[in-house]
Design a protein. Structure first.
Length: 277
């Protein structure tokens, strides 16, 4: 009598494979969302650590805000120690990264490192590969003093204070109108930058494009120490943010839709405390 081991038929195997494929198609988006939420949470935790260190530095230095640039040598940069030293290659805009050991040296040379004692919080888990610094301070928090952020069209000087609002901050006690919960300190750019994150004050155009991170949004921190996730609303905001990446070649690009305008206004107000136009 022929005793053969009974196995699966080809049709049965195909059915099993099809069921597995269907289950994977159902589960993978959920798993990807869960993984992204975890990365977003880790990024927010990093920003919180950096911002608490930023606050502690000011507390120990008579309220003075640390230099918001990241190791750039410029006559426009504010006096005082950089919050983070040089972590960028001279050809960073072309995608060239500095050696990682040199990046670690740059981070440790920064004024905030003594409060953190770890290079990990300087990088978002989804940041550019090979770059250990992917966060930037805002121009307004003692960052790079740029032409265009403090003068109006026509040459009329606005200065660093408009009414009760101090536009370009040098001290914690200047953050009063609006208060610390509404003034941005750090933003998750996703790559290394030599200076601070630039956004126009006196005109309704982008300077640096919007960082598009974590599901078409961005993580930010505020001067009271809390962090937020912002979801960009404008399709133009998202499109140009993804296209430009670290080159930021569009500079004076105007918003393309009402939602794009809302994105820009929100960022400008959180940066400068008010609109300058």
């Amino acid at each position: 009598m022929d005793k053969r081991t009974k196995g699966f038929t080809l049709i049965e195997l195909l059915v099993v494979i099809a069921i597995i494929a269907i289950l994977m198609a159902i589960l993978m988006p959920t798993l990807n969302r869960a993984r992204e939420q975890g990365r977003r949470a880790a990024c927010l935790a990093n920003l919180k650590q950096l911002t608490l260190a930023w606050l502690m530095y000011a507390d120990e230095n008579n309220g003075k805000i640390v230099n918001g640039t990241a190791g750039i040598d410029s006559s426009q940069a504010t006096q005082g120690p950089y919050w983070c030293g040089k972590c960028w290659h001279d050809s960073y805009a072309s995608g060239v990264s500095l050696d990682e050991d040199l990046q670690r040296q740059g981070i440790k040379a920064g004024a905030l490192y003594s409060y953190i004692r770890d290079t990990g919080p300087y990088r978002c888990p989804t940041g550019t590969k090979g770059e250990l610094l992917t966060y930037a301070a805002m121009d307004s928090v003692n960052g790079l003093y740029r032409t265009g952020t403090t003068t109006t069209v026509g040459g009329k000087m606005v200065g660093t204070r408009v009414g009760k609002t101090v536009v370009w901050l040098r001290r914690l006690d200047e953050i009063v109108s609006p208060g610390p919960a509404y003034r941005m300190v750090f933003i998750d750019e996703g790559w290394v930058t030599p200076d601070s994150y630039a956004v126009h004050y006196v005109q309704e155009t982008w300077w640096d494009d919007a960082p598009v991170r974590h599901g078409d949004g961005v993580n930010v921190s505020m001067a009271d120490g809390h962090t937020e996730y912002w979801k960009w609303r404008g399709t133009g905001t998202i499109k140009w943010g993804k296209l430009q990446q670290k080159a930021h070649s569009s500079n004076n690009r105007a918003p393309e839709s009402e939602a794009d305008h809302e994105d820009l206004h929100r960022l400008q107000i959180a940066t400068w405390g008010r609109l300058g136009y």
